[in-house]
Ligand binder design. Structure first.
Ligand code: P1T
Length: 412
């Protein structure tokens, strides 16, 4: 697909079959039942068949965890009440005095958690640009315990070379855990574990669920020790999702492959269209040859999702607001990865918790717009964007004319 690596042909079959075996249930149900019971009968004190209490284990949750593990080429999958609950649980594997390396471009909520919560537990987090491998080498310290990469990043879609980072980190100290937040691509488009990562984290709220009606997180790993710790922490901290939500996400995984193929197609078409529009300064999409890590993306990923970020010309919040008030098929809302197209302004919305200085350094300006391209017809999406961008263009021309008139008036 568009020069990306060829995907594993068994992916859609695994998404449909693994964890949903009818033989698991006395009823031989083809669709896994929703097991709502919070507690399970025991034969004798502390002697139970498989389940004891629903926080520690639940049959519907197991179906989802097994399926997710298979899709990430992992031995184990664990789900949590949100993406941030998954992140928090992973971070409870660390102790005071530990050092974590992460990226400077991250989802605003992860950035806020690292900077304002984790720090209070005596854990130092160093924010670097992991797209430059020498930065990773330079940041490693004797007390480094974890490297956290979000790739592609939210919202700038920067790509980190997972295999190269894993090699550098493991050569320095094989015990340092490498975590990849794979939310923006889903396992359909990127599988970090075979590339050398130890854990994959997801906000299942996004592509994995894909219908914008569940908040959930996940971690997949083949690392025995990490899995044992996480399984303990999942129960000990208790940030678990409801069986109903597990049912919904498991159902959504059955269509993940077809959804991701269409997100890729629609996202690519939108990115190409935006690149040719006179109101647009620059488009960020790993599938475009203009993307700084285009070659790496083609090597590392099986395709891209529906995430497209672009800068309007000028840096004028009023012009950006015109875009949002003119667009109709795209809905102005946070989040991403659903069947419906969404648009948002990271500087005032998803990344408002990032300090203005950091935003300026990263280039998250008031003219940076993030799109989550959904599954509507591509003709409708492009004509909607064209209409909104033409309104922006008229506004830009009006501002330019007013500036010229003011300069002329001042000169006379
Ligand atoms: O919202 P939650 O399920 O807790 O997931 C947090 C999260 C983690 N990682 C990435 C890359 C994310 O994008 C998110 C959530 N992001 C949004 C809500 C957003 O609009 O960007």
């Amino acid at each position: 697909m568009d020069g990306f690596r060829a995907n594993d042909v068994s992916f859609p079959t695994r998404a449909i079959r693994v964890g949903s075996e009818p033989e698991k249930w006395n009823s031989m149900a083809v669709v896994p039942p929703i097991s709502l019971s919070t507690t399970f009968k025991q034969h004798a004190p502390a002697q139970f068949k498989k389940y004891e209490y629903s926080r520690s284990g639940n049959p519907t949750r197991d179906c989802l965890e097994e399926c997710l593990a298979s899709l990430e080429d992992a031995k184990y999958g664990l789900v949590f009440a949100s993406g941030l609950a998954a992140t928090t649980t992973i971070m409870h594997m660390l102790s005071s005095g530990d050092h974590v390396i992460t990226m400077n471009d991250l989802y605003g909520g992860t950035n806020r958690y690292f900077k304002r919560v984790l720090i209070k537990q005596g854990i130092t987090v160093e924010f670097i640009d992991t797209t430059v491998l020498d930065n990773v080498k330079a940041a490693l310290k004797p007390n480094t315990k974890m490297v956290w990469c979000e790739t592609p990043t939210n919202p700038l879609l920067q790509i980190t070379d997972i295999a190269a980072v894993s090699k550098i980190v493991k050569e320095y100290n094989k015990d340092i855990l490498i975590v990849v937040d794979n939310t923006f691509l889903s396992p359909y488009n990127q599988r970090p574990l075979p590339l050398g990562a130890d854990m994959v984290m997801h906000s299942c709220t996004k592509y994995l669920n894909g219908h914008s009606d569940v908040v959930m997180g996940a971690v997949c790993t083949s690392h025995e020790e990490a899995h044992n710790q996480l399984r303990f922490l999942q129960n000990a901290i208790g940030g678990v999702p409801s069986p109903f939500d597990c049912y919904l996400v498991n159902r959504s995984l059955k269509t993940l492959a077809v959804r991701m193929m269409q997100h890729h197609k629609n996202g690519m078409a939108v990115a190409k269209f935006l690149e040719g529009h006179p109101a647009v300064e620059r488009v960020l999409h790993p599938g475009l040859p203009s993307h700084p890590q285009h070659e790496l993306a083609k090597r590392q990923c099986f395709g891209h999702s529906g995430m497209v970020t672009f800068f309007l010309k000028g840096d004028d919040l009023e012009v950006s607001k015109k875009f949002f008030s003119s667009i109709e098929v795209f809905t102005l809302a946070e989040s991403l990865g659903g069947y419906e197209s969404l648009c948002e302004l990271p500087s005032l919305m998803t990344h408002s918790s990032v300090s203005p200085e950091e935003r300026a350094k990263l280039g998250i300006t008031d003219s940076l717009i993030r799109l989550s391209v959904g599954l509507e017809s591509i003709e409708d999406l492009i004509s909607d964007l064209d209409k909104a961008l033409n309104v922006c263009l008229a506004e830009m021309n009006k501002t330019a004319r007013n500036t010229t008139d003011a300069a002329a008036a001042a000169a006379t």
